[in-house]
Design a protein around this ligand. Structure first.
Ligand SMILES: [Zn+2]
Length: 256
C-alpha cells in the first residue's frame, strides 16, 4: 500500500514539475538601474534617465521573480552608488548574470528626431566611434579621479577571460528577445543591435555582464515610450526571456 502511495506521489511530483517548467530558484540575477541621486544620467525636456531606468529595473526584477529567480537590485530608490558598489554587489551575491539598465542620448540637437533604437552592450574595447562616445558619456559619472592609464589597465585585466564570450552570448539573447517583445506593439522600434563598448560598470563584475540602452531619451518618440508602462513592461519581459534562453542554453552545454 505504502509503496503504491509513494509511487503515486512521485509520479504526481514529476508531472507537476514538468508542468511548472524549469526550477529557477537557484538562479540569481543582479539588476542595476543606472545613475541615481545627484547623477541624473541623460536628461531631456525635464525628464531624467535615472527615473526611467529605475522604473524599468523594478519591472525587470518583478518579472524575474515571477519566473522563480532570486533577484537583487543595486538600488531601489533615487540614490547614487559608485561603480565599485554596483559590481561588488554582483560578486558578493555570486550572481549568474549582471544587467545594467540605461537610456541613451546624443548631444547634437539637430539629430534628436533621427537617432533612435535599442542597443545591448558587452564589455570590449572597440574602434567604433559611436560606441566609444556612448561609453564615454556613461562612464563620466563613475570615473572621477581615475586617470586614463589606469582605466586601460582595468579593462585589459578583464578582456581575456571567457566572460567576454559569455557576455556576448547573453547580449545577443537579450537583444533578440527585447526586440521581439517591443516590436509586438511598436513595429517601428529600431534594433540597434549588440555592440562591444568599454563600459566601466561592466569591468568589475566577474560574471556574464551586459548593459542595455533601452532607447534614446533625446528622441521625442522614444522619450515618451521610456516612461510608458506598456513599453517598460515589454522591455522587462524581453530581458527576462533573453536571460532564460541564455541560462537554459548554458545549462544544456554543461550537461553534454
Ligand atoms: Zn546611463
Amino acid at each position: 500500500m505504502s509503496m503504491i502511495f509513494k509511487g503515486v506521489v512521485l509520479v504526481a511530483l514529476f508531472l507537476l514539475s514538468a508542468c511548472m517548467g524549469p526550477d529557477r530558484s537557484s538562479r540569481l540575477v543582479v539588476i542595476d538601474a543606472g545613475h541615481g541621486g545627484l547623477d541624473c544620467g541623460a536628461k531631456c525636456k525635464g525628464q531624467l534617465e535615472k527615473d526611467a531606468v529605475l522604473q524599468i529595473a523594478k519591472k525587470v526584477a518583478k518579472e524575474f521573480r515571477s519566473e522563480g529567480y532570486r533577484v537583487y537590485l543595486t538600488r531601489r530608490n533615487d540614490r547614487f552608488l559608485t561603480l565599485g558598489q554596483r559590481t561588488r554587489i554582483a560578486d558578493k551575491k555570486d550572481a549568474d548574470v549582471f544587467i545594467s539598465i540605461h537610456a541613451n542620448a546624443i548631444a547634437n540637437k539637430e539629430r534628436f528626431d533621427i537617432v533612435e533604437g535599442i542597443e545591448t552592450y558587452f564589455l570590449q574595447k572597440t574602434r567604433d566611434a559611436k560606441s566609444q562616445k556612448i561609453a564615454a558619456r556613461e562612464n563620466a559619472s563613475v570615473l572621477q579621479g581615475t586617470d586614463a592609464l589606469s582605466q586601460d589597465v582595468i579593462i585589459d585585466s578583464v578582456l581575456n577571460g571567457p566572460k567576454i564570450i559569455e557576455s556576448n552570448k547573453l547580449a545577443i539573447d537579450v537583444q533578440r528577445n527585447i526586440m521581439k517583445r517591443v516590436k509586438g506593439k511598436y513595429p517601428d522600434a529600431k534594433d540597434g543591435g549588440v555592440r562591444p563598448a568599454p563600459f566601466y560598470v561592466l569591468v568589475g563584475a566577474s560574471r556574464p555582464s551586459i548593459l542595455v540602452e533601452v532607447g534614446y531619451i533625446t528622441n521625442p518618440k522614444e522619450r515618451k515610450r521610456l516612461f510608458d508602462e506598456d513599453y517598460q513592461e515589454r522591455i522587462a519581459e524581453g530581458i527576462v526571456e533573453g536571460v532564460n534562453r541564455y541560462l537554459d542554453n548554458r545549462q544544456r552545454e554543461l550537461e553534454i
